[in-house]
Design a protein around this ligand. Sequence first.
Ligand code: CA
Ligand code: CA
Ligand code: CA
Length: 639
Amino acid sequence: MAEMDACIYKKRGYDDFGGFGRRKNKANSKPIKANQSQFQNSADAPACLALPRSIDKRMVADMIGSKWAIGFIQLFRSTSMSTIRRSTNLFLLVLFCTAAGISSSYGAGEDDFHAVATYECIGLYFKSPDLGPCNVSFRQDGSSAWREGYPLVFDPRDNEYRGSIVGLKPDTGYSVKITLNGKSRELACKTRTDSFPIGKITYLEGGISSKPLVITESGTPGGYHLITPAKDSKSTIDVRNGENYTCVIDADYVIVRGLEFCNAAVHGLVIKSKRHDNVVEDCRFTFWGRIGGPRTYGNQGGTDSAIYAERRSGNLTIQRNLIENPRGASNDWDTGHPAGPQGITLINSSGGNVIRYNEIRSTEDHGYNDAIGGGSNFSFEGSPNRDSDIYGNIIANVWDDAIESEGANMNVRIWNNYIEKTFQHIATACTSKGPLYIFRNIFGESRRTHRDPLGGSMIKVGERDEFGGGRKFVFHNTSIQPKGAFHAFSGHVNPNTVTRNNIFNCPGRLASSREVDTSCDFDYDLFTGSDRGIAQERHGIRGNPAFVKSYALEFYPASTTTRIKWGKVPTQFGDKTVTLTDPVMTGPNPVIDSGVRLANFNDDYAGKAPDLGAFELGCPPIRFGRRAVSDIWAPWELH
Ligand SMILES: [Ca+2]
Ligand SMILES: [Ca+2]
Ligand SMILES: [Ca+2]
């Protein structure tokens, strides 16, 4: 992986904005194209690689080693051969392999099982050449009961099973057990703590400073270097367009807390290349970036960002910030691909990022290109790359993607976000490694341009060259109408996707109609449009969803919904039958209790079964934004 990354890293620009047309792949290292990644785990999908009866996959793997086995199996499947010729070829291959002395393949790196934790999730990695469903269970320390996790996904390019456990507590120990073909492996893992131990504290003077804050002194894992205003005061860094950045972090284990940053000429806060374990929290960023209209009106600025993390920085925690009103503005799709300011940008991150409970907004005239994004979009890195979580954010006023999660997307989880006034809600082109989990997000208003209210997609998909093939799981998301997303998925090719329990309230298409060589598995979703594309939805739900009216950002399903029954309808009133014209009929809301169980994703449902969408009737609400978890007030709003 390392060499391959380096190669692609050098040869590609860091942001190609999702691309106009195909670029020729120049990388000299070509992994197996990912579309061999088969379903290993979804309820109705085949359990593993489907093989002809005359060949035993285990036998082949044992004989020639897993790395060769899949290629061979595919060669075997793809060639139309008689049984006799197959047997002969197999015999010759065995002879060749034995002679070449490559019969033993369980070398170094195989059978390796490890975990990478964030605060609330654990990403699992298990190297094994053996094929079969790889089940997961986990147990919090001190508890005797094992809980079922969602099965891992096999990636034949790496002989690796990968997947995530979600909904965990920070700073808590867990045992994790996986079982493949009757053999179990177990490991102990602790989630990261979000109560950061503090070492040195630098208090900034109250008031307004026109000098940029440049942080070069690192903390340690046991004692973060905290930079924050002096007690009971507010500190504002306002460089009045005289400096490129209001803040630069060129250190590790640093916390920037509770500051206000204004009028940076380019980026609000820059995290230098390869810097890691930095925290930006409870800050306000406003009026950054190059002034002027969008690129098409003469603005040279590209991705001027409130927070900009340079290449290979990682383990960043960006939380509870208010990011609002960049000085520049993105154009909209009337004049080509949007270009302009961004909220949070990561460039080929090293992963391990948590971006949560931020509020990113502007006016429509000073809208973002992407609110959370970066590059390289088509790569095995990208933003946020891997082992990362994006959740609880409120995002609005975006002309391209509210969340652009593109690149490896390896054990990346995106949930509980409220997104509105955007074109595409969540962009995933590409997902080159996977799996990517998108669940319980609310997709509000979408529009293509200032003048064209027709919405974009809930989820933008697509892949290019070898950059594709990662599994995408899309569970329990809700799209809100009217004015919401027009399509559930964009029309790009979209292999290797599993959807369950979503409210796809979209008048356009559900899935692309482009055939893909790996099957997708769309099922148990409500879809209100008419073009399902390749989506089967064998157990799809029809009807109009309805929501309980709420003063807050709450989208609980209402117990009933209405529809018009056209024509003259005999209707019983007491003992009288009256004929009504076009009556409104009241019936049960189709999204209630019509979902399927998804281990670890809807364990706490209420009623007879999980509801479709993000909110479960009878369960606590999802909370979004800066005060989603606790009633935190920042110095810049108190003083
Ligand atoms: Ca984008
Ligand atoms: Ca990008
Ligand atoms: Ca229910």
